[in-house]
Write a protein that binds this ligand. Sequence first.
Ligand SMILES: [Zn+2]
Length: 328
Amino acid sequence: MKHKVLRYFKSLKQIFNTLTDKSILKGKQLSKNIFVSLQLIFMKEIAMAWFKRESKGITTSTEDKKEAPDGVWNKCPNCKRPLHYSEQVENQYVCHYCGFHLRIGSKEYFSILFDNNEFTELFANLRSGDPLEFEDTKKYKDRLKDTIAKTGLNDAIRAAHGLVDGQPLMVACMDFSFIGGSMGSVVGEKIARSIDYSIEHKVPFLMISKSGGARMMEAAFSLMQMAKTSAKLALLAKAHVPYISLLTDPTTGGVTASYAMLGDINIAEPGALIGFAGPRVIKETIKKDLPKGFQTAEFLQEHGFLDFIVDRREMKEKLASFLKMMVN
Ligand SMILES: [Zn+2]
C-alpha cells in the first residue's frame, strides 16, 4: 500500500513538472483552484487504489488466513442454533436450547467427572501394532500414524483414576474421534489393565463407551477383546468391586455385545444410539419391519436393557450417589 501511495505522489510531481516545462503555467501563478482540484483528483485516485485489487481472485494463501479457532461457535446438530464454546463448557456440552447431548471425548468427560479436573492417567503410551499388515484405502500403519497426529490421542480410549465427589474411581473412556472409537487390541488391553487396577486397589470401575464397534483393521484380534474384557469383568465381580457402564452416543457393535452391557448398573445418556447391528441388517435377517426408534436409549430402557438414563448435567451427582450406595 505504501509503495502505491508513493507512486501516486511521484506522478503528481511529474505532472506539475510537465505543466511547467510546457510553459502552460509558466509565468502564471498556479491558481489556488487548480491546485485544490489536482489535489482532490489524486486523493480520489489514492483512495480508489486502496479498494482496488491488483490481481484477481483470492490471493491469501490458506495458512495465512486467520479463522476463528475450531469449535468457538458450534451449531447444535438437533435444533441448529448456534452455541458458543464457553456456553457448551458451562452446560457440560449439552445444548441449552433443546437438551441435545453433543458428542464429546475423554478430555471433556474427565473434566466433567473428576473433582477439579484432577486425575492420573494410566497406560497412556500403549499404541496399536499392525500384526496383519492390513491395508484398505490406506495402510493401517499410516492410518494410525495420521490419526495419532490429528487427534493427539494414542488410541480410542484413555484410562485414568481420580476422585469423583471425594470418592476414588477408575475410569476408562472411549474417544470416537480415533477411527470411530473402534475397539482394537489397545482398547481391550487398557480396559483389562484398568480392571486389574480396580481389583488391586478396590476402586470402583466406570466404563464410558462410545464406539462404532470392532476395529476392522485388526480383524480377529479385535473380536478377541470382547472375550478378554468380559472375562476381566467377571474377575472384577468376583472381587466384589462395583462396575458402572455408561453408554453414550453411539455405542454399537462388539462394544455393546461385551463390556458396555455388563455393568452392575448400565446407564445411558438421553437420545444415545445403542445397538449391535445396523437397522438394515436386522431387518433383512428377521424379515420384519422394525419399531420406530428401537435403537435409542429410551427404547432400550423401556425394554429392560438399561437401568437409568441420566442427563449429563446431573451425571456426576448421580454417579457419586450410586458409588456411595454400592461401596457401602
Ligand atoms: Zn439444540
